[in-house]
Ligand binder design. Structure first.
Ligand SMILES: [Cu+2]
Length: 692
């Protein structure tokens, strides 16, 4: 579907779905409650920790700074998160300095892996946040319910599903305009009866090339759209069966490399079944089966002009097909003990094809060649035991079986050279165990917790297939990474004060380090430079702290801090790609109708670096200076269901780059940047409407 066609389809869908909504007679009490739930926070500047290790945030709420319409940028308002910037969108989320598959990203329970060997499409590149109802972050290896390997944490993008109280419809719509030709549109509509519902969601987002504080243009334009439909059957209060399907696509310019993304297509289908209160003991069963297909094209001609060494039109077209399923049962074992027990599995197949001259040989006419096949089956159990009203013990254990096949006959050493794959057709199996135990205690007006967790993470596609090893052109034999972590924290709420501290210390055995600019002998050619994966031992520690104070009924002040420090113990150097100390100060006025506020984000210098070392997304480039960014926002809520917000991000037009962002590439028509700079002064205006 072309974007124009898509926008038309979106407009028609809105009109059709809005019609019954206007006719439906809403229950005034319910309306009020729901509208408040939908449009509660005016502008999110720092999402708060709600319970031990958990941060929940509403993706439909406006946030500052204005995020790109993708999953990674929305996480930036959560202390501890950073994004490795590559261009205008599709950045990689990093939590406490941990990137890639150290952070499990689940889309309504589905596992999704990008196709790009050069990591242009992290899972969050396929997320359209406003089409979800909730983003939840669970810090640390302190749950086993959300798939294998979440050593740094899990991020859940979720939609609410509930039985409609009466026949009718609910529509939420929003529109946003901003600097650099930015415009976003979203509509999310549910219509039905108590027995059946139909939900349709559509999003569209566009941004032109932004300018940094110096007025320098950054190659960063993008277009993204998504369409989702779900049909649900809810025969009674306790039962839900839903079939959903969706398609999304986009294109994005990259400032950090020689190609852009001209296709980010995702097609998915899922079937889910949920039943509650099956018996006094069996409280719930959830079952999910899903299919995800990701098709990605990167080229040097769709969004730029091929020049220099790469003057021919080149394209690469990887894809990945993922199928998965999950079942979980919640059992009440006695009055004080709850057990969640289940299993999950996923299988994914990756393939690729490429052309060095699209004019002579189109990639579309070539066969796709399989290179990697992953299979994982896991079983898990998590117990919560309420010792008494103020004390809980929570523990979990999971076991994963992995089977991976190396389908590559040849390994590409660079665009021109390839070598026979020494691990061609090899298979490997791995049995991995993860678990945790946590104690939570309510003391006075607060909750304290301490947890010990261990996560065994199987290497991902990028570590295993997209890199070489130190002594071979294949890294297929890299060892799994083992993280042992202590999590400590305290949440506090009394009178006008709210606060929390989450701290961690970990030891990581066989940390999968990715190192660039490694020289290897190349026969007649002398040496060549390559990127390798190797296992090292490491440790890291740090945490986040948040404090908010309600000055009076309308005024609130808040502050947050995030810090992480780590060492690569094998090489006795800094653990690379760690963001520097970051603080945020906010002040806000909100009388229910009018609101305004300010955000001052201050980031320290970072000198604790290891050049050329890092993760599957980025490597350290060197030290960075600190910076401060000041932003203002305002909101108006004339009706419970209507809200208009606006903001000026980076008011003083500061030129700066995040420490972990990628280095700038040579792009014809653009100045090369040392790092991909963040946008300069950005104005935005957003309107949201919730109709029942
Ligand atoms: Cu790519």
């Amino acid at each position: 579907m072309t974007p124009a066609y898509h926008r038309l389809a979106l407009a028609i869908a809105t009109a059709l779905l809005a019609a019954p909504a206007l006719a439906a007679e809403p229950d005034p009490e319910q309306k009020d409650e729901d509208s408040q739930a939908t449009l509660k926070t005016l502008v999110v500047t720092a999402a708060r920790t709600s319970e031990p290790l958990t941060v929940e945030t509403d993706p439909k709420a406006p946030r500052q700074p204005l995020p790109a319409h993708d999953g990674a940028d929305y996480l930036k308002t959560i202390p501890g998160f950073n994004v490795i910037r590559k261009g205008g969108t599709d950045g990689d989320p990093v939590f406490r300095g941990m990137a890639g598959s150290r952070l499990n990203i689940l889309l309504d329970g589905e596992m999704l892996f990008g196709g790009c060997g050069a990591r242009m499409d992290p899972p969050t590149a396929y997320v359209f946040p406003e089409s979800y109802d909730r983003i939840t972050v669970i810090k640390g290896p302190q749950t086993v319910l959300n798939g294998p390997g979440n050593s740094a944490g899990a991020v859940l993008f979720e939609r609410d599903r509930r039985r409609l109280g009466e026949a009718g419809a609910q529509v939420t719509a929003s529109g946003l305009v901003g600097s650099f030709d930015r415009n976003d549109e979203m509509v999310d509509a549910v219509a039905g009866t108590p027995e059946f519902y139909l939900r349709g969601t559509g999003t569209n987002a566009h941004q032109g090339d932004y300018r940094d504080g110096d007025g320098e243009k950054v190659h960063s334009q993008y277009n993204r759209w998504s369409a989702n439909a779900a049909v649900g059957w809810t025969p009674d209060e306790n039962t839900l069966l839903e079939l959903s399907a969706g398609h999304s696509d986009g294109e994005a310019a990259y400032a950090d490399r020689g190609v852009d993304g001209s296709l980010f297509s995702r097609e998915h289908t899922s079937l889910r079944f949920e039943k509650e209160n099956l018996s006094d003991t069996w409280k719930k069963i959830e079952a999910l089966a899903y299919y995800n297909y990701v098709d990605h094209v990167m080229d040097n001609y769709s969004l730029r002009t091929p020049t220099g060494m790469m003057a021919t039109r080149m394209a690469m077209n990887p894809d990945r097909e993922t199928m998965g399923a999950r079942v979980a049962n919640t059992l009440l074992l006695g009055e004080r003990t709850e057990l969640v027990v289940g299993a999950d599995t996923q299988q994914n197949q990756h393939s690729g094809r490429m052309t060095m001259d699209q004019d002579k040989m189109r990639y579309q006419d070539m066969d796709r060649v399989d290179d990697a096949d992953f299979e994982q089956v896991g079983v898990f159990g998590e117990v919560t035991n309420y010792l008494n009203d103020g004390q809980r013990m929570i523990g979990g254990l999971r076991h994963d079986h992995w089977h991976v096949e190396d389908d590559r006959q040849m390994v590409m050493l660079n665009m021109m050279m390839s070598a026979p794959n020494p691990t061609a057709n090899e298979e490997r199996e791995e049995e991995l165990t993860s678990g945790f135990l946590r104690y939570e205690h309510e003391i006075g007006d607060g909750t304290a917790y301490a947890g010990l967790g261990r996560s065994e993470r199987f290497p991902d596609y990028w570590e295993l297939f997209a890199k070489e090893s130190a002594d071979s052109v294949s890294a297929f034999e890299a060892d799994p990474e083992k993280t042992s972590q202590l999590d400590l924290g305290y949440l506090y709420q009394q009178g006008a004060w709210t606060g929390s501290v989450s701290a961690f210390y970990n030891r990581i055995d066989d940390y999968l380090l990715v190192q660039t600019n490694v020289l290897k002998p190349a026969g007649m050619m002398g040496t060549r430079s390559t990127t390798i994966t190797r296992n090292v031992d490491a440790h890291s520690w740090g945490g986040e702290a948040e404090l908010a104070y309600a000055i009076d009924e309308n005024w609130t002040a808040d502050a947050s801090l995030a810090y992480v420090r780590g060492e690569n113990d094998t090489d006795d150097v800094a653990l690379a790609q760690l963001p520097p100390l970051e603080t945020r100060f906010g002040v806000r006025y909100d009388d229910g109708i009018w609101s305004y506020g300010a955000l001052w984000r201050v980031v320290a210098e970072q000198t604790h670096v290891s050049i050329n070392q890092g993760n599957i997304v980025g490597q350290d480039l060197g030290n960075t200076h600190g910076f401060g960014v000041f932003s203002l926002h305002a909101g108006w809520k004339p009706l419970p269901a209507l809200q208009v917000t606006a903001g000026i991000d980076n008011l003083f037009d500061k030129t700066y780059a995040e420490h972990i962002s990628r280095s700038g590439a040579m792009v014809a028509g653009f100045d090369q940047l040392e790092r991909v700079n963040e946008p300069g002064r950005t104005l935005w205006l957003k309107a949201q409407y919730a109709l029942e």
